[in-house]
Each structure stands twice: as C-alpha cells, then as structure tokens.
Design a protein. Structure first.
Length: 265
C-alpha cells in the first residue's frame, strides 16, 4: 500500500507555478513529434512513401491547438457542462485540469483534416502517424493524473493499492497507472509494430488505435471511480466507457472499409 503525497506543482517561483500536468502535455507533444519524424524518415529511407518531412513540423501547431481546444471543450460538454455554464471564466483555467481525451481526439481529427486539405494529402496518412505516437502523450497524461491525485480508482485491498489522503483514507486502485500502461505503453508498442510494416494499408493504424484504445479504456474504467458530477449513466456505464464504445464502432467501420478496399477520404 502506498500513501499518495505527491505535489502537483514541480516548483513555485513567486506567483509562477510549473505543474506536472502542464509538463506532461509538453513532453508528450515533443516526444511524440520526435518519434513521428523517425517513423516517417524510416518509411522514406525504405522507399515506402515519398514525403516532405517539413510538412510534419507545420502540422504540429495545428495539433497543439486542436488538443487544447478539443480536450477542454470535450471535458466541458461531456463531463461538466452545468458547472462551466455557471462559471464561464473557469473555462480558461486549463492548468487546474479538466481535459477530455475523447474531446482532444475529436479536435485532432478536425485539425488534421483541415491541414490535410490545405496541403492536399490524404488525412489518414497523418492520422495513422498521430495514432501511433498518441499513446506516448497519453502515458505522460495518465502519470500526471496520478501525481494530481485525480481520476482515482475504486476501493480495493490489492497489495499495490494507493491511499489518496485528499479524497479519503480508503485504499484504492491506482487506475491512472493502469491506463498509463494499457493506453500508453502497450498500445504504443502494438501500433509501432503495425505502422512499420511495409505493406500496411493507409488508415489501418488509425482503426487499430480506435479499437484498442476503446477496449483498454473500457477495461480500465471497471477499476476507476466515475466522475462525481455524472456518476453512472443508466446506473451501468461511465461516460468514458460510452465514448470509448463509440470509438470501437468507428474503428471497426474504418477497418471493414479498408478490408473491402474502399477508398478512405
């Protein structure tokens, strides 16, 4: 058993704070960008694709904006609309947390589509690369959730249980770490193996990401407390599970289209 005593603030200089949550996004984007470039360079050297690597650098600004806007507004609309409707200024307090993965995903898809149309490259080419490196950002994000003591798990007597004193003195599942391993490390390893195959079809990595993330998230949700302001929908499903199920259906739809040799646009 571990008693959580981690400080969400790395250091505080006068009134300027550096939080682990903010660093998680920075590290996730920078490392994901670096790995994405390595993947594309590998494909170029092996004559799998012809691509101007500079376009990836141009895409990053779209991705950053998409993650922030999509993640924030996704959290507001999916998880806590009433609160932010009554406290509109708190919408801008991103440093306090309150980001939705599913919202960020929608934002990234929209931002990537806009950029792809601008440079006249199929959106699924970029989405496949993003899908492969996204688990790196998810990993850092879940570690930051653990440091913040948020998104904590259900009570348990397991040996590796964690007590979050700011919540209560009940031993709980470190569900944030479960998600970091499943949605981060394991998912990244699988998708990296997929995308480096020479004969992999465009869109396949995106479909695998949607399905596998959805499965891993639904599994992890069984150990995680539902959001207090929502609880269980129909007394059965968390919001995260419902949104992840929609991801699985979307991923399967894309996979079937690829298998039937239908053109992805």
């Amino acid at each position: 058993m571990y008693i959580h005593d981690l400080n969400p603030v790395l250091f505080n200089l006068i009134n300027f704070e550096i939080r682990w949550y903010s660093l998680a996004y920075i590290f996730g984007i920078l490392i994901g960008w670096w790995v994405a470039k390595k993947i594309i360079i590998f494909k170029i050297k092996n004559k799998i694709i012809i691509f101007d690597i500079k376009l990836l650098d141009d895409l990053i600004s779209y991705i950053i904006i998409s993650i922030i806007l999509g993640g924030r507004f996704g959290y507001i609309f999916f998880y806590n609309f009433t609160y932010y409707f009554n406290n509109p200024l708190d919408v801008f307090k991103i440093w306090e947390g309150g980001m939705s993965f599913h919202g960020a995903l929608i934002g990234v898809i929209i931002g990537t589509y806009i950029f792809s149309k601008k440079v006249k490259i199929k959106p699924y080419f970029f989405l496949d690369i993003i899908a492969c490196v996204a688990p790196l950002g998810i990993f850092f994000g879940r570690i930051a959730n653990f440091i913040n003591g948020e998104l904590y798990g259900k009570p348990t007597n397991f040996l590796w249980s964690v007590i979050f004193p700011k919540i209560d003195m009940v031993p709980r599942h470190p569900s944030q770490l479960y998600e970091a391993i499943l949605e981060g490390i394991i998912l990244f390893c699988i998708l990296l193996a997929v995308i480096l195959k020479k004969n992999i079809k465009i869109g396949m990595c995106s479909s695998f990401f949607l399905v596998l993330y959805g499965v891993f998230r639904i599994f992890a949700e069984q150990f995680r407390e539902p959001d207090m302001q929502i609880g269980y929908i129909f007394n059965l499903f968390s919001m995260g599970s419902i949104l992840s199920f929609c991801m699985i259906l979307t991923g399967l739809f894309i996979f079937i289209k690829i298998k039937n040799n239908e053109i992805l646009k």
